[in-house]
Ligand binder design. Sequence first.
Ligand SMILES: [Zn+2]
Length: 297
Amino acid sequence: MTSGKSEAALRADIIEVGRRLYARGYTASNDGNISVRLGADRLLMTPKGICKGFMTPDMMCITDLDGRKLQGDRDPSSEMLMHLEVYRHRPDVQAVVHAHPPTATGFAVAGIPLDRAVLAEVLTTLGSIPIAEYATPSTRELPEAVRKYIKAHDGMLLANHGALTVGGDLYSAYFKMETIEHFAKISLVARLLGRENLLSREEVMRLQELRGAYGIKAPAPICADDSEDEADASCQTVQAPSGHGARLVPDSQPSLVQKLSASDGETPPDASPEGGEIRLTYRELSALIEDAVRNLR
Ligand SMILES: [Zn+2]
């Protein structure tokens, strides 16, 4: 009980976090899985094939760090190998949460990492959120894909699958999942609106210094240069242009809408003759923005 909590309290925490994941729509049906360290060499984990919104304390499994079941009537989570991989590489991690929050998973499906310097809170807590390469769920491929990023990141997207977060306790891992989904929604709205002002690299470095002042523990610093090799596990790659003294830099990249209309030479049905934009009626655009803003709440 490295967290100082009793096993009964940790079982109750898993049930509560599972309920919240399900209530917020981060998991559907039997999706997702949760685990916590139970002492130095055991894990308490959600079982296979159960809805996370309706769990009871007796459902949990206890395994060792090699995945052998020590206790429980049910089999451990189908993504147990991914959880074991995290604990193996991150002795500081006490809890792991995996879910499929829809907006963040949309970015994972689109192959767009959440690595732009946009929100100060995200930069000070999670830093960048990369995408682990696609791997067949529940196979040995998935832990291998996660291994590349887990040393330097507390949260990542899993290509065409979902998201993974880790923390010093279960609620910390859960709140990082909330932060990722919230960040994904804000990023989506900004890109729908067609403009994203980025924090300058100088501002990013200033924020990084604040991590220490606020006692935020990050697994790795933000790389000094955004061209850093992403395979470098010692720092986090963040897209932040030089501001030359300014704190905000207008994003020069094309908006999502422009990218969509320019893709593969396929002209969308309502594209303007110039091919620059998709035309939406005022009503369609309002509905789109209203829906996105509603989801932010
Ligand atoms: Zn999954």
